[in-house]
Design a protein around this ligand. Structure first.
Ligand code: CP
Length: 349
């Protein structure tokens, strides 16, 4: 019997879903992956349309949503904001160049079956949380169709689902799995906080022993840290924050090293974005790289994970990402199956 309890629900953050619901989505994703591999049709969304608005670049997200909709029997429209009237909040409008989010949302609500949005960084002037407000504004004005977050500045929930799906495939479950989300060096400070936020939330929700590692000055948002602690308590997992990459890697089963920007150098904490100051902080921490020496500190069965694209030679060495401990491409593959589960469960059918 198909579970209809998710129908019409937005998918903006994993915090809107209970542990039981997250596990149901993962189970369905596994089922869809098995069907895909066996060539068994699974057209749960026949003739349905997903609108995808991308304010930022994408390889994995665009192609996994688009291929996923085709495999579910529907179609995905790619919408470039510069080729429509760029959806904007009240107060940010420019005559005949933008269109108020409330109007765009109500138009697309009447034409299709799902709406997905990617927005962070430059399109919102690096104002921490503004992109999430825009995604939520779309959700406020769509009555019939769910809004799926394809990555805003606070969350990347579809990535988080693919991350824990990959963990479960490799370790058979979550209990006792030490999941390390670590900051790693990048020559670019233009990296949102969404991936680490969603990764720690997802891993804590399902009961991993989550360790967050970063240099001082690269703390995640306070409400996310609080929510992750609460999720870990509820799930029987644990959550710890450390400022030492080597210490974090000790005995780890999963290491997820990637860069994210400093919340202290963007609004609302700073008056204006200062990514040069963040880059200086980054440059003082070039030794935060995932290399073979650090992988030796981890458990023998450790898996390297990354949402991709990664900064090779900075965040991680080629030896690690291309080596036998890498699960980064399993993780990318699982974006397809996790998102198909989210779409099939939340969109009309
Ligand atoms: N991981 C991820 O979201 O990749 P893209 O930026 O290519 O979509």
């Amino acid at each position: 019997m198909f579970d209809t309890s998710f129908k019409g629900r937005d998918f903006i953050t994993i915090l809107d879903y209970t542990q039981e619901e997250v596990i149901k989505i993962l189970d369905f994703a596994d089922e869809l992956k098995a069907k895909f591999k066996a060539g068994i049709p699974h057209k749960y969304l026949e003739d349905q349309t997903l609108f995808m608005i991308f304010y930022n670049q994408s390889l994995r997200t665009r192609n996994s949503f688009e291929a996923g909709m085709t495999q579910l029997g529907g179609h995905a429209h790619f919408l470039d904001p510069s080729k429509i009237y760029t959806p904007a909040l009240e107060g940010d409008e420019v005559a005949y160049s933008t269109e108020r989010v409330s109007d765009v949302a109500r138009v697309l609500d009447r034409m299709g079956h799902g709406l997905s949005i990617r927005i962070y960084g430059d399109p919102v002037g690096w104002q921490n949380g503004k992109a999430n407000r825009i995604v939520r504004e779309f959700a406020r004005w769509t009555e019939r169709i769910p809004v799926i977050n394809m990555e805003c500045d606070l969350y990347h929930p579809c990535q988080g689902m693919a991350d824990i799906m990959t963990v479960r495939e490799h370790f058979g479950g979550f209990k006792g799995v030490k999941f390390v989300m670590s900051w790693a060096y990048s020559p670019s400070a233009h990296k949102p906080l969404s991936v680490p936020h969603s990764a720690v939330i997802a891993a804590a929700t399902v009961g991993c022993d989550v360790v967050l590692a970063h240099p001082e000055g690269l703390e995640l948002n306070d409400d996310v840290l609080e929510a992750t602690r609460k999720r870990a308590e509820e799930s029987g997992g644990s959550f710890e924050v450390v400022n030492d990459m080597e210490a974090a890697f000790e005995g780890a089963h999963v290491v997820y090293p990637k860069a994210w920007t400093s919340k202290y150098n963007i609004p609302p904490i700073a008056d204006a974005p200062d990514l040069d100051a963040t880059q200086a902080l980054f440059d003082a921490n070039k030794h935060w790289i995932c290399d073979a020496a650090k992988m030796k500190l981890a458990a023998p069965e450790v898996k390297y994970m990354h949402c991709l694209p990664c900064d090779r030679g900075y965040e991680v060495t080629d030896e690690v990402i291309d080596g036998p401990q890498s699960a980064a491409f399993d993780e990318a593959e699982n974006r397809l199956h996790a998102q198909k589960a989210v779409m099939a469960l939340t969109m009309d059918r």
